[in-house]
Design a protein around this ligand. Structure first.
Ligand SMILES: [Zn+2]
Length: 443
C-alpha cells in the first residue's frame, strides 16, 4: 500500500492514522501525499475516482491515478484507505466570537469562514491562522457592520463625505469586504461607487429599509445595485412574501432570478429557534445543543442558557413568526431558477453553534429538496465564490489551496458523512484523527 516510501508516518486503518499535524504548514517543509482516496470532484460532478493527491507548500500540486505518483524520501504519506476526499466546507456567513472558538470549525471540517462583522481581533486571528501560529479555518474578514441605522456597536455613517475615508481605512486595515446593514439610498450609492473604484466588494443585508422595500421597482434596483452578496435568505423571503402579487410568489421569484446577486442562506438559526419555541424542553432533551455546550466558553455558555430560558418562557408564543418551511421552499425554487446560493449559519447565536451549525444547515438543504451534491456545492464552490476565493479554494484541483476533509463515506450518497471527518487539511496543514480527537477533548 505504501509503495517505495521511506518516510512512512502513516497509516494502517481509519482511526489509527499516525500522522500528526503541523508537519506541513503554510511554509510547507514537506510534501504531503494523500494516497488511496476517492476525490469528490465538485468541478466536474462525476463519480469520485480513486486518486493520489499531492500537496506542496499548502497547495494541491498533483492529482493522479493509483500508482502513478512518485515520492521523495521527505514526503509525508497519508493513506486514505479508500476513503473520500472532499473540499473543506465554507461557512460564508459567520461571526467568530473568540479565538477559542476557532477549533470548533476545524473539528467540523470547516476550512474557511467569512466573518461578517469584522474587528481588529478578527484580522489578527486571520493572520495567526495563515502563519500557522494558531489552529483555525482560513478567514475572510468583512469590515465592521456599516450602517446609517444608529447602533453604538456598529460603524455608523450619516454623510456621503464620510464614505471614501472610511473605505480607505478598511482597505488599509486589511478587510476583505465592506459589510453593510441598512443604508439610506444616497449612502448606499456612495458606498457602492467608492468600493467599486477601490476594488473591494460590498456584502450585507438587503440594504434599504422602510417602505422602499415595498415598491417592486425600488426593490429590484437595490438588489441589482452591485453588491457582491446579499445575506439572510429568510429576510428576503419575508420581503418577497409581503410584496408578491399572490401567494405563489412567482413574480418575486422571477425578480430575484433576474436581478439578485449571490445570496447567502442562513436558515438554521431561525429553524432551531422555532423548534425550541414549539417543543420546549423536548427540544432541549433531544437536541445536540446541550451535548456540545461544553465546547463553548463560559461567556457564550451563559448566553446560551439565558437565551434558552427566554425561549422556554415564551413557549407557545411565537418568538419568531418566520415560516421556516416556506423559507426552505423558497430556497429550493431560487436554486432551481439559477440564483447562486451559498451556505451561511450566522453562528454566534445560541441556536447556531460554530461549526456544528454548518451540518444542520446542510441537512436543511436536503429537506428543501436539494441533492447531496447540490447541497455540498453551496458549502464549497459557491462559498468560495462569495468569499472572493474562486480560484483559491472550494474544489479539489491543481493549484488550489489544500483545504480538504477526509471521510469514511461518500458525502454525495450520505451527506451526514461530513459530520465526522477523520482528517482535515487547512492550507496544507494536516490534522489526523488523533489530532482532531485531542482538539475535541481540549475544547
Ligand atoms: Zn450575521
Amino acid at each position: 500500500m505504501l509503495l517505495g516510501v521511506h518516510n512512512v508516518f502513516a497509516v494502517a486503518a481509519f482511526g489509527t492514522l499516525l500522522v500528526s499535524c503541523s508537519q506541513s504548514g503554510p511554509s510547507g517543509a514537506a510534501r504531503v501525499v494523500l494516497t488511496n482516496v476517492h476525490v469528490v470532484d465538485m468541478d466536474n460532478e462525476r463519480e469520485p475516482q480513486l486518486r493520489t493527491v499531492t500537496v506542496a507548500d499548502g497547495f494541491i500540486e498533483s492529482i493522479v491515478g493509483p500508482g502513478e505518483h512518485s515520492t521523495s524520501r521527505d514526503d509525508i504519506i497519508v493513506d486514505g484507505n479508500g476513503g473520500y476526499l472532499s473540499p473543506g466546507l465554507i461557512d460564508a456567513h459567520t461571526h467568530v466570537r473568540s479565538k477559542a472558538n476557532l477549533p470548533l470549525y476545524v473539528v467540523n471540517g470547516v476550512t474557511t469562514v467569512r466573518e461578517m462583522n469584522g474587528s481588529p481581533a478578527h484580522l489578527r486571528w486571520k493572520r495567526l491562522v495563515a502563519e500557522g501560529s494558531i489552529v483555525g479555518p482560513n478567514m475572510v474578514v468583512a469590515s465592521p457592520i456599516t450602517t446609517s441605522d444608529s447602533n453604538i456597536y456598529w460603524r455608523h455613517i450619516s454623510e456621503v463625505e464620510e464614505v471614501a475615508p472610511l473605505i480607505d481605512a478598511y482597505l488599509r486595515e486589511g478587510y476583505d469586504f465592506v459589510k453593510i446593514y441598512e443604508l439610506e439610498p444616497r449612502l448606499l450609492q456612495a458606498v457602492l461607487e467608492t468600493a467599486a473604484k477601490s476594488g473591494i466588494g460590498v456584502v450585507g443585508h438587503y440594504p434599504v429599509r422602510g417602505d422602499f422595500k415595498r415598491d417592486p421597482v425600488e426593490f429590484e434596483r437595490a438588489l441589482a445595485s452591485g453588491m457582491a452578496s446579499i445575506e439572510h435568505l429568510e429576510e428576503l423571503f419575508e420581503m418577497v412574501r409581503l410584496n408578491s402579487r399572490d401567494d405563489s410568489m412567482d413574480d418575486g421569484i422571477e425578480l430575484l432570478r433576474r436581478s439578485a446577486p449571490p445570496l447567502t442562506t442562513v436558515v438554521v438559526r431561525k429553524w432551531n429557534q422555532n423548534r425550541i419555541v414549539r417543543l420546549g424542553q423536548d427540544y432541549l432533551d433531544e437536541n445536540r445543543l446541550f451535548q456540545i455546550t461544553h465546547y463553548l466558553g463560559p461567556t457564550h455558555l451563559a448566553e446560551v442558557r439565558e437565551s434558552l430560558r427566554g425561549f422556554e418562557a415564551r413557549r407557545g408564543v411565537p418568538a419568531d413568526t418566520t415560516d421556516v418551511n416556506g423559507v426552505l421552499d423558497f430556497l429550493k425554487r431560487l436554486h432551481d431558477s439559477g440564483v447562486i446560493l451559498s451556505l451561511g449559519t450566522d453562528s454566534h447565536s445560541p441556536t447556531a453553534i460554530a461549526g456544528f451549525a454548518v451540518h444542520e444547515e446542510l441537512a436543511l438543504y436536503l429537506q428543501a429538496g436539494l441533492s447531496p451534491a447540490e447541497a455540498l456545492t453551496l458549502a464549497t464552490v459557491n462559498g468560495a465564490g462569495v468569499s472572493g476565493l474562486n480560484g483559491v479554494t472550494g474544489s479539489i484541483s491543481i493549484g488550489k489551496r489544500a483545504d480538504l476533509i477526509l471521510l469514511t463515506e461518500n458525502p454525495l450518497e450520505n451527506l451526514s458523512a461530513l459530520r465526522r471527518p477523520i482528517g482535515v487539511m487547512i492550507g496544507g496543514r494536516w490534522f489526523g484523527p488523533e489530532e482532531l480527537e485531542r482538539m475535541r477533548q481540549a475544547l
